[in-house]
Design a protein around this ligand. Sequence first.
Ligand SMILES: [Zn+2]
Length: 342
Amino acid sequence: MDGSLEFPVATPPAPGEAIAIAPGVFWLRMRLPFALNHINLWLLEDGPGWTIVDCGYALDETRDAWLRIFAERLGGRPVRRIIVTHFHPDHMGLGSWLAEHWGASLWTTEKEYLHARMMAQDIGEASAASRRDFARRAGLDEELCTVFGERQGNYRRGCPAVVPAYHRIGEGTVIEIGGRKWQVMIGEGHAPEHACLFCTETGVLIAGDQILPRISPNISVQTYEPDGNPLARYLASLKKLRAGVPSGVLVLPSHNLPFYGMHERIDELAAHHDARCDDVVTACTRPTSAAELLPVLFRRQLDRHQMGFALGEALAHLHYLEGLGALARQTGGDGVNRFQAK
Ligand SMILES: [Zn+2]
């Protein structure tokens, strides 16, 4: 699927190590306790100090890997700033710990900051009941609805604390890091106000999870916004990024390897969703729930962690097609939403 991409460095750094990947930018990698087992983080030279981009999931081994980086890679200079691309726990996770360790400020967009604060509070019976209802309306059986309800609290496992105050960045913000200008470009759909960072001078785009090689970023309807249409937002964002960033840039993604071929990858991602949409319309010859679509969209066996993402993804395609007028929604007497091709 990514035959048109070029990967300049084939071997990623081990946790606790760093590879110079672009002028003033070091590539770090930390472990994740999921099927997607790693995240890339970035360490940027920043004059008398350092700026970190993204923080890693709260694991003791990741704190240890950071401490090793601090001891061996900073040349005695302090971390002065932490930039977080989006609120997901592998990105925001250790932000509070890092900020406290260094007395550094945390920079992110307003929606990402507010989502992190919200998710950290997303506990209690009302929230669990709302998640179960979401799963029920999507057509999952009772056992899986219970699993869905239990997912609450997961955020705090990876992100135990969120800084009480932050520095806001947004579309068009220019951040000077080590004498170079990095422009903030916002993406939607994967997260509400995901910050990508583009340096025209060096031709580098820190893409976060907005553009990934090899895997398609998760685009999911969220339980707290059950009628959302994140796929429309995602595809519009890809178009905007394609128009705003030249194709020759080095893309630094949060997962897998840095690559060249940004425009090609954007085209592949858009084509991937187009093909998925075709599959969905073909499957919806009769009223079909999101749960019934899972075997159509995901041919592999899903674990419990993946099930949540998969259901959200199925709904994202259904809502997108409903928005385009290709599918019509009907709510059955059982409360399940089903979609049928018009
Ligand atoms: Zn993410």
